[in-house]
Design a protein around this ligand. Structure first.
Ligand SMILES: N[C@@H](CCC(=O)N[C@@H](CS)C(=O)NCC(=O)O)C(=O)O
Length: 280
């Protein structure tokens, strides 16, 4: 247990200098902090994002749709630098009142369609183009179940484990134990599911794979949070096998290079994507 004692006050107060990595952008209030219109490119789909696991889900999906021959999935991906507070600009907040990347605007509809929440974007795009989401009600339910599983589980991995293991100003045993336990349980859920399945929902690659791979696939393959050894990720052999296969897909590779922040521009990563040739 940690030695530090904290007695919560009667009413919580905002201490903007709390020493945490994200103290400069975290706020207890929603809404915009400044007026800023979003740029608009030439393609039907406008994406305002950053190449984090949540952002990558959508660029991978768009690249998969383009690979399947859907020109209507052509997109402009503009960089939203969350470290600089771009997510609090007025134009961004109009698309996503929750001020988090990714945010999507489909300008091919009248009126334009805004979509926030990466899971909602995967479903929107899957339905719009009739791809990667089964239409049979039972298969669709299985796919949706895993998609929602990801949306509910990943905050334990990123906001819980990753935050306390890698970003908190000090190492606190209690939250690290609690979230390591949960993340390992989640990896075990995936590992057991993938023991008899090629992909998350069965024989077919779906939006459930696209949602889960950037989080748990990256965790087992790329040592995020420097925690590969701590969590013994190599022991989840079925997850490693699946993650390797998914991350070898051409569209996955292309999508994961988009909207990398300026300090992450390695391995052919690009800041913004406005043309297919930007990734060639
Ligand atoms: N549930 C949301 C989560 C989005 C999210 O947490 N985005 C993070 C980056 S991965 C963000 O924009 N953080 C900025 C902030 O919290 O101010 C989704 O899947 O779209």
């Amino acid at each position: 247990m940690s030695d530090s004692q904290y007695t919560p006050p009667k009413v919580w107060k905002w201490d903007s200098e709390n020493g945490g990595k994200f103290a400069n952008i975290n706020r207890p209030i929603s809404g915009s902090t400044h007026e800023k219109e979003l740029p608009v490119g030439k393609h039907p789909i406008q994406l305002y994002s950053l190449g984090t696991p949540n952002g990558i889900k959508v660029t991978v999906m768009l690249e998969e749709l383009l690979a399947l021959g859907h020109d209507g999935a052509e997109y402009d991906a503009f960089l939203i630098n969350i470290g600089n507070g771009d997510q609090f600009g007025s134009g961004f907040v109009e698309i996503n009142p929750n001020s988090k990347i990714p945010a999507l605007l489909d300008r091919s509809t009248d009126p334009h369609t805004r979509v926030f929440e990466s899971g909602a974007m995967l479903v929107y795009l899957a339905e719009k183009f009739g791809e990667l989401l089964p239409t049979d009600p039972s298969k669709r339910a299985e796919c949706m179940s895993w998609l929602f599983w990801q949306m509910g589980s990943a905050p334990y991995l990123g906001g819980g484990f990753g935050h306390f293991y890698a970003y908190a100003p000090e190492k606190f045993e209690y939250p690290i134990n609690r979230f390591a336990m949960e993340v390992k349980r989640q990896l075990d859920v995936l590992d057991k599911n993938l023991a008899n399945r090629k992909y998350i929902c069965g024989d077919d690659y779906t939006i459930a794979d696209i949602a889960i791979a950037p989080w748990y696939g990256t965790l087992v393959l790329r040592n995020i949070y420097n925690a590969a050894e701590f969590l013994d990720v190599a022991s989840y052999k079925n997850v490693v096998r699946w993650a390797t296969e998914v991350s070898d897909r051409k569209a996955y590779k292309r999508g994961s290079r988009v909207n990398r922040s300026p300090d992450q521009l390695k391995d052919n990563a690009i800041l913004e994507r406005h043309d297919a040739s930007d990734l060639d």
